[in-house]
Ligand binder design. Structure first.
Ligand code: GDP
Length: 430
């Protein structure tokens, strides 16, 4: 059985925690897109970890963790992440890296920074992890696949071609020092040594696993609204964040993905530039940011303060639809326990008209939030295990969200720890 865990919003929904929790009863966990530009925060018996490249299942000894072909593979980063776990007493995880994954190169990181510098005030707010230059090269067919590391003669020839092309851009567009063929080649050879123990034909491995009835999790990074096709283009990431892409980025048939657990945040947060209709500012935002997540809403990779907002029903309903959500995990609900009243964005007003369906970007830029207020519950709901024990105002808020989404909320997360979860039977469940 293949199950995807993906985000409905702008990322940072708490997918890591849900994956970590569901990984307990799974055999294989796969990253299928993105790179080390976003992070998952996981708290377990070994401590608190921010994982950037490894899937969230690495803490169990019964699971296999896979980096799928769709990932932007930063090899030294992966190597250090594995070492970091071992240093903190986590048993050496079983890891496979797809031989079809492509390699994120140091020059991708440089080009990311050079482009942000060139754009100046009009920059995208990239995390400068090299993700956009990496995927550009992949689709321009000048990227390096892991498998190419094992054919040295062809590799050298390709390095020469790629470096010649990159140097034209470095010289004439960015006015930066040129790259050296030998250096790039040697970097790739050193990467081969690091990655070799993990390299596998992942789609073949998964084909067998599916036939044997193994439980497989696809772990998404970021969320629907950062998808390059269906998100707030161009303020998006460079690989698809949707469950559907899990089939491609892992190498499995699309019809094998039976369950799409879509993680929805009980309020909104976003990083980077772009329209954010339910955004709040000033003290109101500072308070929510300070109380949000586990120890505040600050980027797991960059430490940047996240932009904050109220729950956006328009964006989240769209986010669930475009994921093909079969069930929803509603997270960070405990954070809202301090509020007398909880506003929710239930519509967008654009040029005097109220809409309920998430629009394309130029319309989104003009949208003003239509807010509906809910009564706060004013208590700490952490530690509660049964849905019926939640305060009535809290259940009303959850049920209002479920009605807006039209997807059963089967899990409510009321704290950052693995077992801070309330399972729920929804009347929408078939
Ligand atoms: P991801 O990228 O979707 O995995 O999200 P992040 O890990 O970046 O952000 C989620 C943050 O919220 C982390 O700090 C988690 O430990 C924390 N978190 C997850 N679920 C909950 C929850 O239900 N309540 C609280 N208070 N924090 C949570």
């Amino acid at each position: 059985m293949v199950r995807a865990i993906v985000g409905a919003n702008w990322g940072d929904e708490g997918k890591g925690k849900i994956t970590d929790m569901l990984a307990e009863e799974s055999d294989i966990i796969i990253r299928f897109q993105g790179g080390s530009n976003a992070g998952h925060t996981i708290i377990n018996d070994y401590g608190k970890f921010a994982l950037h490249l490894l899937p969230s299942g690495v803490f169990y000894d019964h699971t296999t963790s896979i980096i799928g072909n769709g990932v932007a593979l930063n090899i030294p980063y992966l190597f250090n992440e594995i070492k970091g776990l071992e240093e903190r007493g986590v048993p050496t995880p079983k890891i496979l890296v797809s031989d079809r994954a492509q390699i994120l190169m140091p020059y991708h990181v440089d080009f990311d920074a050079f482009e942000e510098e060139r754009l100046g005030g009009k920059a995208f707010g990239s995390t400068k992890s090299g993700i956009a230059p990496f995927y550009s090269d992949k689709y321009a067919k000048i990227g390096f696949q892991v498998s190419e590391l094992f054919d040295e003669a062809a590799l050298r020839e390709k390095v020469e071609r790629v470096v010649a092309y990159k140097n034209i851009i470095l010289e004439h567009v960015y006015h930066k020092p040129l790259m050296d063929v030998e250096e790039v080649f040697n970097t790739l050879i050193s990467y081969r040594e690091m990655v070799e123990p993990y390299v596998a034909d992942v789609s073949l491995y998964l084909d067998k696993a599916i036939k044997e009835g193994k439980t497989i999790l696809l772990e998404g990074q970021l969320g629907s609204l950062k998808d390059p096709d269906h998100g707030i283009y161009p303020m998006v990431t460079s690989s698809s964040t949707l469950a559907a892409y899990g089939a491609i980025g892992a190498g499995i048939p699309p019809y094998e993905i039976k369950d799409i657990v879509t993680v929805v945040k009980a309020y909104s947060s976003a990083v980077g530039a772009g329209a954010f209709v339910s955004e709040i500012f000033g003290e109101e935002a500072d308070e929510l940011r300070k109380r949000g997540g586990d120890g505040g809403e600050f980027g797991a990779t960059t430490g940047r303060p996240r932009r904050m907002g109220w729950f956006d029903a328009v964006a989240s309903r769209y986010g669930c639809r475009i994921q093909g959500a079969t069930e929803v995990a509603l997270t960070v609900l405990d954070v809202l326990g301090y509020l007398d009243e909880i506003p929710m964005c239930v519509g967008y007003e654009i040029d005097g008209e109220v809409i309920k369906d998430f629009p394309v970007t130029y319309k989104l830029e003009k949208a003003k939030p239509v807010l509906k207020k809910f009564k706060g519950w004013k208590t700490d709901i952490r530690g509660i295990k049964n849905y019926d024990e939640l305060p009535v105002e809290c259940r009303e808020y959850i049920e209002a969200i479920e009605e807006e989404l039209g997807v059963p909320i089967t899990m409510v997360s009321n704290g950052p720890k693995r077992h801070d979860i309330i399972k729920r039977v929804s009347k929408l469940s078939k």
